[in-house]
Ligand binder design. Sequence first.
Ligand SMILES: Nc1ncnc2c1ncn2[C@@H]1O[C@H](COP(=O)(O)OP(=O)(O)OP(=O)(O)O)[C@@H](O)[C@H]1O
Length: 314
Amino acid sequence: MDAEQVKGAVAAVAGTRATVRIDGQRIGVVVDASGLDQQARDALEASVRMAASVPGAEVRVVVTAERPTRRLIAVASGKGGVGKSTLSANLAIALARGGRRVGLVDADIYGPSQPRLMGVEGTRPEARDKVLMPVATPYGVPLLSMGQLVEPGRALAWRGPMTAGALGQMVDAEWGIADTLVVDLPPGTGDVQLTMVQKHRPAGAVIVSTPQDLALIDARRAIDLFDKAGVPVIGLVENMAGYACPHCGEVSDPFGRGGAEAAAAEAGIPFLGRVPLDIAIRTASDAGQPPAAQDDDRVFAGIAAQVAAWMARN
Ligand SMILES: Nc1ncnc2c1ncn2[C@@H]1O[C@H](COP(=O)(O)OP(=O)(O)OP(=O)(O)O)[C@@H](O)[C@H]1O
């Protein structure tokens, strides 16, 4: 066997990523796949294996990768139905459009709606060596959802340790090059939220509320949960803030205006912006076409820019 020829063939497909060691009839190649996603990693491994194969020699290819530092952004609300899932999906997409590498974890056991919102309803993640492989979505944001792991309607029957286990499996999945995981938490302050803050230590939390006083009181509880655990609250988003008329586009404020901004100021946290109650947001979301993926999106892009700026500072 011509060692230089083997090294040259491997270098031709893997450049400086590969280190070749030849010992008698054994060829060992270590490939550094840092920064590559699973598909590119598999392709590189296959081409290295082919380049190194010499009749009669035993070839071993080991792929290594530096684990990227990945930060979790928890999206939480005090009560259900305020649009937390809608915001999580659109925040994840808008952050990705802004240049971050984002994955989305749907930990909402009460209503895991992300597969529908992200246009991949009915798909199930595969597991490799017991590690889950997130499902690709049309929006460049891979997804893992409680809804993909359990039969519809069964998640609620899960006991605490099971949901904690599922959350761990989703967070520790094969996220490849993702540097940011947006986590859609269930509403309220139960087991999943506690596991999230204690075990998975999110870098920060985004709180979603509607403008009504009661919702804001509940939001305060969610803020307290993160405060007590020492997880910084990035800020508050007001959803369904003002009604955008589907005919003329004029925005009116059936629940008053400025309540959430004042509540954020009172709690000493930044106000990240408001999302109007807009029928177009609901219909696009129901159709698996999140508004943040559209070129004319301003609303979610603005909120994501603030979250990205916070991440760059912290
Ligand atoms: N700004 C908005 N304008 C119009 N509809 C909205 C808006 N935000 C959310 N919705 C709609 O309100 C409903 C509830 O939203 P969503 O599922 O995001 O809330 P949630 O807080 O995640 O609820 P859950 O507590 O069930 O997890 C959905 O039908 C969604 O399409």
